[in-house]
Design a protein around this ligand. Structure first.
Ligand code: NI
Ligand code: MN
Length: 225
């Protein structure tokens, strides 16, 4: 499984020969100006919630790739009404896609579309594929519900927001890591805006001191798990 960070909360996953893209927000992110939206590949686009900093480039990328949009019922239908292929889910539900099994799990956040219309309830995803399992939290606070995830799935990697203000901060992400029984964390949702700027060295030190590994990738950088 290859995981590429495209800035903010956008992550690309290559799994079982398919390209899965999470929460594309590139054209509106000045820090990601070196990423060409039109060059991105996506067989599937998974959306955690409807906020603009998670859906901005969905239509462009989906039209370029004939992608299937996977999200909660409200978000998936919204993009279906625009003519895109879609697969609606809701919390607690799983589906076996051709690249792996996806479960939509709860997040504590909000989920309006940029025009204020209802974007369902926000979530995260557990993806089981190619003998590796990952959790993408989406925008969320620390929540006890995270304890449920390792009861069903042994995680190899958890992708957690760490920027605070709109989501968990670093200290809560360390507790989340305990709840998830996963010590390998990829941090996201930091530095994009003034509200969520973090001290990278301090964040990594806090995780290290807790016996955990926090990875912070450059935009465009990849890791293999
Ligand atoms: Ni959000
Ligand atoms: Mn966000």
């Amino acid at each position: 499984m290859k995981i590429t960070f495209y800035g903010h909360a956008c992550v690309g996953i290559e799994v079982s020969g398919k390209n899965v893209l999470i929460d594309p927000f590139i054209s509106g992110n000045p820090k990601a100006s070196h990423i060409d939206v039109n060059a991105l590949k996506a067989d599937y686009i998974l959306l955690t919630h409807a906020h603009q900093d998670h859906i901005l480039d969905v239509e462009t990328i989906a039209k370029n790739n004939n992608s299937v949009v996977v999200s909660n019922y409200e978000i998936a239908s919204h993009f279906g009404n625009k003519g895109l292929q879609y697969h609606p889910m809701n919390h607690g539900g799983s589906w076996q896609f051709e690249f792996g099994k996806v479960k939509y799990v709860p997040a504590i956040h909000t989920s309006s579309f940029p025009d204020g219309s209802y974007g369902g309830q926000p979530g995260g995803f557990v993806i089981e594929g190619e003998h590796k399992n990952i959790y993408i939290a989406g925008d969320t606070s620390l929540t006890m519900d995270m304890k449920l995830i390792p009861m069903r799935t042994e995680l190899d990697l958890a992708i957690l927001p760490i920027g605070s203000n709109f989501t968990m901060d670093v200290d809560d992400a360390i507790i989340a890591s305990d709840f998830l029984k996963c010590d390998k964390i990829l941090g996201y949702h930091f530095d994009t805006f003034g509200y969520i700027i973090i001290d990278h060295t301090l964040a990594k030190k806090k995780f290290f001191d807790a016996g955990k590994d926090l990875m912070l990738l450059e935009i465009g950088e990849s890791i293999m798990i």
